[in-house]
Design a protein around this ligand. Structure first.
Ligand code: BGC
Length: 669
């Protein structure tokens, strides 16, 4: 508290000393060459504020071309469903950012997976706002615990890349709050993020950067956010005025000035377009974060660390925990050295490296080394199993298929055009399975792929996402059972594109937009599994799904209360679970809520809590899952606020959204 007061006093002092022009200078980056830093004001010892891109680690292009640890893509991190591990990854990222001399990482990216075709699906966490919130919150806490700023992006509804700079997401009020804003709100409330990045797109016709309703009225006034609001890069637009942006609450224009040129600001100020109080509030926000991150500091800052053994191990552990075993017929996995002499390794992703300069867009992290699947398998098989490339001559074949984390695959600036694997890869899988029935498909991709034409024939499928620089080792560890898979899908895998909510009508008004570039979110709150459950559509693999090499049995469930009275009440659910198989492993206990009666239509089930639990063979544990009444709420458009209506609810407890083992009744009010 005293530290906070001290910071505010120091800012007040600075504000008194700053000239009007210097205040203007602090609202933008004016240097054309340094596009991730702001200008210093040497007279007052205010240095440049320096940022780096995320969210897979500190990117190459914005860290002075430094090679940093490449962590698994956020979708893979979300697939771990492991909050503590995510926090550790955040801490490691914070240390790396510190080590390259930056003050903020442009992460977490927390847009919702509305369509599986979105080019940045790999950068975002989930189709579900609760899972997004839990994972993003722990990542943010980890980052900021190192005195490095996190930046929540892209606020809000940048859910596609097609026309991202000109399209308007047309979203009804309830959906906007309940699905797209919910995780942002929760992080502001629970995680005190130091910055928010306003998206490129419009929301209901108004660009995010000059959106007074969403910035000043909601973010500042209702949620009490007191950090920086920055533009996405070059995201201010012709049809906004300088005073629109200032009055809306935009405190930093990046990377160059358009609206916040000194002359433009002076002109708008002289014409009475904004007042001193508004200006000072924005400058105060920027200075506050400079102090919190130590950019303005009187004391020596910690040095940070990059690519340490700890970070390497963490990158591998996170990759292992995020991998999702989708299918394992005949118990083919884990592989057994004793019964294999020859293994055939095939596929376009076998020797591919995914980290590179701007690969996949602004998130491109170039690591100091990258263990490809081939390198990982070679290391594992050395002296024990011969690697060949003819599947017909091998005991087992593994096809490393999927996409590239770059143009044409999963990448910023574009959306995918289809759910399918490239045709040559489908042919390769079919050919391989025709010659060797023990064919395993490892999918390295940052978004869902259709599998209808080959899934039935193939006994094993492992979803590895983009697993980071230790990925090849992590894959080999999973395949040979050194690590037991425990990842769960953070989004529904549809059988076909038209099963997916944004694509169900096939009408461009829903995706990618009509002639006026409006994208109508007609599916409303029914995004992801909410849609599949409501419409009774069988997914290819459901939200929350993932197999293990061991088996778990759910025992009893005991909520600490059967009634919650107020929206800020909580209860804990105790679930007993036993590892009944032969191997040590981890399970994710997932709690969904069902509302029996409501004045508005609600999804059949919504995720309200989860915990990941590690169990030795034969071990039983009681897992305690905290449930907050506010997570049972819906957004009531008559009150313009969140509400829980009195009545009966049920908790559904299981290990996927479609595999429910226990339930418990409770009531609210
Ligand atoms: C992306 C942001 C990124 C920024 C800076 C934009 O293209 O949308 O996520 O942080 O560039 O590189």
């Amino acid at each position: 508290m005293t530290e906070q007061i001290e910071i505010e006093n120091r800012i007040s002092d600075l504000l008194e000393q700053l000239t009007l022009k210097e205040k203007f200078k602090l609202l933008a980056s004016h240097g054309r060459r340094r596009i991730y830093t702001t200008d210093p004001i040497n007279r007052l010892k205010i240095p440049s504020f320096k940022m780096t891109d995320g969210p897979l680690g500190a990117s190459f292009h914005s860290s002075g071309l430094k090679k940093n640890t490449r962590f698994p893509a956020p979708i893979g991190l979300a697939a771990t469903w492991n909050k503590d591990l995510t926090r550790e990854v955040g801490e490691a990222m914070g240390e790396e950012v510190r080590a390259i001399g930056r003050h903020m990482i442009l992460a977490p990216a927390m847009n919702i997976h509305r369509t599986p075709l979105c080019g940045r699906t790999f950068e975002y966490f989930s189709e579900d706002p609760f899972l997004t919130k839990e994972i993003a919150l722990h990542l943010l806490k980890g980052i900021q615990s190192k005195g490095i700023g996190g930046c929540l992006k892209h606020y809000v509804a940048n859910n596609q890349e097609t026309d991202r700079a000109s399209c308007s997401a047309e979203i009804d009020e309830r959906t906007l709050h309940e699905i797209y804003l919910r995780a942002f709100r929760a992080l502001v409330k629970e995680g005190d993020p130091w910055a928010v990045m306003a998206a490129y797109n419009k929301i209901n016709g108004v660009y995010a950067c000059a959106n007074k309703d969403l910035l000043r009225d909601l973010l500042f006034e209702k949620w009490n956010f007191n950090g920086i609001v920055m533009t996405d890069w070059f995201s201010t637009r012709k049809d906004q005025t300088t005073e629109d942006c200032i009055n809306a609450g935009l405190s930093l224009e990046m990377p160059w000035t358009f609206k916040y040129k000194i002359k433009a600001l002076q002109k708008a100020y002289d014409a009475g377009g904004f007042d001193d109080e508004t200006l000072d509030d924005l400058v105060r926000r920027n200075l506050r974060v400079m102090m919190l991150t130590g950019a303005i500091s009187n004391s020596e800052l910690p040095k940070g660390a990059r690519n340490t053994t700890h970070h390497q191990n963490l990158a591998r552990r996170a990759a292992e925990e995020g991998m999702v075993l989708l299918k394992n017929k005949r118990g083919l996995l884990p592989l057994d050295f004793e019964s294999i002499d020859k293994i055939a390794l095939l596929g376009p992703n076998l020797k591919k490296k995914f980290g590179g300069f701007l690969k996949g867009g602004s998130s491109g992290v170039k690591p100091p080394y990258e263990i490809t699947p081939f390198a990982g398998m070679k290391e594992k098989c050395k002296g024990k199993i011969k690697i060949v490339n003819d599947a017909s001559q091998a005991d087992l074949a593994i096809v490393f298929a999927g996409l590239d984390n770059s143009k044409g695959g999963d990448s910023e600036f574009q959306d995918r055009t289809s759910l399918n694997l490239p045709a040559d890869q489908i042919a390769l899988i079919n050919q391989t399975i025709a010659t060797n029935p023990n064919t395993i498909v490892v999918l390295i991709a940052g978004s869902p792929l259709a599998m209808d034409v080959w899934l039935d024939k193939v006994p094993v499928v492992l979803q590895a996402w983009y697993p980071g620089m230790e990925g090849g080792r992590a894959i080999a560890n999973i395949l040979f059972g050194d690590a037991n898979p425990s990842g769960k899908l953070p989004l529904t895998f549809p059988k076909k594109l038209s099963d997916s909510p944004a694509h169900s009508t096939g009408d461009p008004r829903n995706f990618p937009g009509d002639e006026e570039k409006r994208v109508f979110y007609d599916e409303g709150i029914f995004v992801g599994y909410r849609w599949f459950d409501e419409k009774n559509i069988e997914p290819l693999f459901p939200f929350g799904f993932g197999k293990s090499y061991t088996t778990f049995e759910f025992g009893d469930v005991h909520p600490t209360k059967s009634n919650l009275r107020q929206i800020d009440d909580m209860l804990s659910i105790e679930v007993s679970i036993t590892n009944t198989g032969d191997l040590e492993g981890a399970e994710v206990v997932q709690v969904y809520a069902h509302d029996f009666q409501s004045s508005v239509k609600r999804p059949p089930r919504e995720l309200v809590g989860f915990e990941k639990v590690h169990l030795r063979r034969g071990e039983s544990k009681s897992v305690h899952i905290l449930i907050k009444a506010e997570d049972l709420a819906f957004y009531d458009v008559t009150k313009h606020d969140w509400t829980v209506e009195p009545g009966d609810f049920k908790f559904l407890i299981g290990n996927s959204s479609r595999d429910i083992h226990l339930d418990a009744d409770f009531s609210f009010g």
